[in-house]
Design a protein around this ligand. Structure first.
Ligand SMILES: [Ca+2]
Length: 167
């Protein structure tokens, strides 16, 4: 009887501390305000209505105090593709926040961190893995014609976009 009371007390303490941890962690739906939704703990706005070039897409996201998504985890890409498929948003390609506009071949996110190259995020074009466009293609999009793997597009292409609200 006594030990079960201690157990209940401990359970209450753990429950309570877990609740505090969750409230402080940016992984819950209720911290992603509309139009952003929680995907893998990130607040994303997958917009398939707007179609614009990469710079305009950054400005568009800026209007929501956000920027193009820093898509730096393979799990996040998988969850985004699941969301795109589930919500029927497969007709568009989507800008994300990677580019090599500053220096050809040096791919960075909008926060200046490096884009991880190769598998599993970058798609293949025949035998060659993206990026394959050299100086003509300096912005990263999720390619609807290749299962939404990364592709280097011309930055002036007008496609849809994914904004991320950084918490
Ligand atoms: Ca390039």
């Amino acid at each position: 009887m006594k030990s079960s009371a201690v157990f209940v007390l401990l359970a209450a303490v753990f429950w309570g501390s877990d609740g505090v941890t969750e409230a402080a962690s940016p992984v819950k739906n209720d911290v992603c305000t509309h139009p952003f939704v929680d995907i893998n703990g990130r607040c994303l706005f997958i917009n398939n209505f707007a179609q614009m070039d990469w710079d305009a897409a950054r400005t568009f996201c800026g209007g929501f105090q956000s920027d193009l998504v820093t898509l730096d985890e393979a799990n996040l890409l998988a969850d985004i593709v699941d969301f795109i498929n589930k919500e029927g948003l497969t007709e568009r390609s989507y800008w994300i926040g990677g580019s090599d506009q500053a220096l050809e071949g040096e791919w960075t996110w909008t926060d200046g961190t490096s884009v991880r190259m190769g598998t599993p995020t970058w798609g293949a074009d025949g035998q060659s893995q993206h990026p394959t466009g050299g100086n003509d293609e300096n912005c990263v999009g999720l390619d609807k014609d290749n299962f939404f793997f990364f592709n280097d597009f011309s930055c002036s292409s007008e496609i849809s976009l994914i904004c991320e609200l950084k918490l």
